[in-house]
Design a binder for this molecule. Sequence first.
Ligand SMILES: Nc1ncnc2c1ncn2[C@@H]1O[C@H](COP(=O)(O)OP(=O)(O)OP(=O)(O)O)[C@@H](O)[C@H]1O
Ligand SMILES: *[C@@H]1O[C@H](CO)[C@@H](O)[C@H](O)[C@H]1NC(C)=O
Ligand SMILES: *[C@@H]1O[C@H](CO)[C@@H](O)[C@H](O)[C@H]1NC(C)=O
Ligand SMILES: *[C@@H]1O[C@H](CO)[C@@H](O)[C@H](O)[C@H]1NC(C)=O
Length: 442
Amino acid sequence: MWPLRRGCVLRWLGPRSCRRTTVLVAFLWFALWALLNSLLFMHRTIFSDFCTDDRSKRILQRLCGEYQQGILTGDLCEDLCVNRMLEYKRCLYYEKGKKVMEAKWHGMPVVLKSKLENFSSYEGFGPLEYQDASELSSMDVVFYATLEIKNSLGLEVRNATGPRLWSQELHQRSQPYSRAEIASLWALLQQEEYIFFKALQDFSQHVVKVLGSCGHFYAVEHLVAGHAWNQNLFSLEDLLGPPDEVVDGWVGGHGHKAERDMVNRIALSFLDMVSHFENDFSHHLHLCDIKPENFAIRKDLTVVAIDVDMAFFEPKMQDILEQNCTHDDDCNFFDCVSKCDLKRNKCGSKRVNSNLQVICDKIFRRWFSPTLLGAGAELPLQVELQHAVQECVETASGEDTERSGAIWRRLLSVLTQLLEDGSAQKTGRGDTQGHPHSALNF
Ligand SMILES: Nc1ncnc2c1ncn2[C@@H]1O[C@H](COP(=O)(O)OP(=O)(O)OP(=O)(O)O)[C@@H](O)[C@H]1O
Ligand SMILES: *[C@@H]1O[C@H](CO)[C@@H](O)[C@H](O)[C@H]1NC(C)=O
Ligand SMILES: *[C@@H]1O[C@H](CO)[C@@H](O)[C@H](O)[C@H]1NC(C)=O
Ligand SMILES: *[C@@H]1O[C@H](CO)[C@@H](O)[C@H](O)[C@H]1NC(C)=O
C-alpha cells in the first residue's frame, strides 16, 4: 500500500497519466539535480581562487608560519598564532590580492585586512638590505616612516596635525627595532588605507578604529557596512542587535517609526561627518567615492568611513583635479568635479561640488524620497526635508561656503525637529509601556 501511494502522488489524474507524470517528475528531478551540481562545480572551480575559507585559512597559516620564523611580528600575532584568541570566521572580500576577513578577537567581531595576501609581495625596507637592524636607530625608522606617511597623505607632517601622535608612538622606544618589527611596519606603511586610518585614529570618530596588526594584516572594528540593495542602505536590524535584546513592542508596534528614527539619527551623523571633514583638519578632506558600501555604522549610530581609497586632503585633491581639458567632462574625478578653464585648457584645481552635495544626492535622496517614506511623506516636516535635500543636491556648493553652510544648517534643523517630534510622541507612549526604546541606548 505504502510504496504504491508514494510512487504515485498524482493518483487522481488516472492510472496512465499517473505513470507518465511520475516518469516526467523523476526526469525533471534528475535534470534539476544535474543542473545544480554542474552549477556548483562551476562555481567552485571559478571561485576557488577567491573568497573561500580554505584559501583564507591558508593565508593565515602562512602568516603564522612567518611569525614563528621571526620574519614578521605585531601585537596581534600572539593571539592569532599562539593563544587562538583571534579566530578566523569568514571571508568578506577578495580581489586582486586584497583580502578582507571577518574574525573574532576575544569574542568580539573584528575585520582583518591586507592590500596583498602575501607578506613577501610587499617591498622590503630599503636600508635593511645593506645594513643590520641593530645598526638602524629608531630615529631612522621614524624618519622614513614619517616620510612615507607624508607622501601617502599628501600632507606636510606638521607637529600639530594627525601623524604626530603616531610618530610619538614610534618614538617611545628605548631599544632598537628588530628586523621583524621594521619589516612589518614597512608592509603596513605600503597600505595607504592603513596609514589613513591610523593617522586619523585619535582625531576622528568618523574613521574606523584600528585595533592592532600582525605582519601585513591589520584588524579594524567590525561595523554594519552599507549595501545599495538594502532598502534603508544599512541593515537596521543588525544595528538593533539580536531580537531577544529588543524589548517587546519596539519592533512590532513602532517598527516603521523606530526605523525612521534611526535613519534620521544616522543622517545627522552624516552631517556631523561632513562638517568634521571640512573643518577639523589642517586641510579639507574630500571623499570622491560616496556610496553606501564605503560607509558603515557603529552601534551608537555614528557614521564611519571604511573605504578611503578615494579620500584626499586638499593638496592632493588639487593635484588630481588639475588636468588638461577641452570640456568640463574632462574634469570629473569620480564624485569630485571641477570646471574646465577653456582659456588655459586646464581644469580648475578647486573642487566645485562638495561632500555634502554628493551625500545628499547618493544617500539622503534615497532615504527621504516620497516613495520610501510611504504614508508619512506628506507630513509638513517630511516635505520640508525633501525640499532641503533637493536644494542640497542642486546647489554646486563647493566654493560658496556661505551657501553650503546654509544648506547644511537647514538639513540639521529639519532632522533635529523630526527627531524631537518623534521622541515626544514616543516618551508619551513609552511611559505606559515601560520604555520600549531603552534597548537602543540613545
Ligand atoms: N569594518 C568593517 N566592518 C564590516 N564590514 C566591513 C568592514 N570593512 C570592510 N567590510 C566589508 O568588506 C567589504 C570590502 O572591504 P573594503 O571596502 O575595504 O574593500 P574595497 O576597498 O571596497 O575594495 P575596492 O577598493 O575594490 O572597492 C566591504 O564592502 C564591506 O562589506
Ligand atoms: C602567495 O604565496 C603562495 C605560496 O608561497 C603562492 O602560491 C601564491 O601564488 C602567492 N600569491 C600571490 C598573489 O603572490
Ligand atoms: C616639532 O616638535 C619637536 C619637539 O617637540 C621640535 O624639536 C621640532 O622642531 C618641531 N618641528 C616643527 C616643524 O615645528
Ligand atoms: C597638458 O598640456 C601641456 C601643454 O598644453 C602639455 O605640455 C602636457 O604634456 C599635457 N599633459 C598631459 C598629461 O597631457
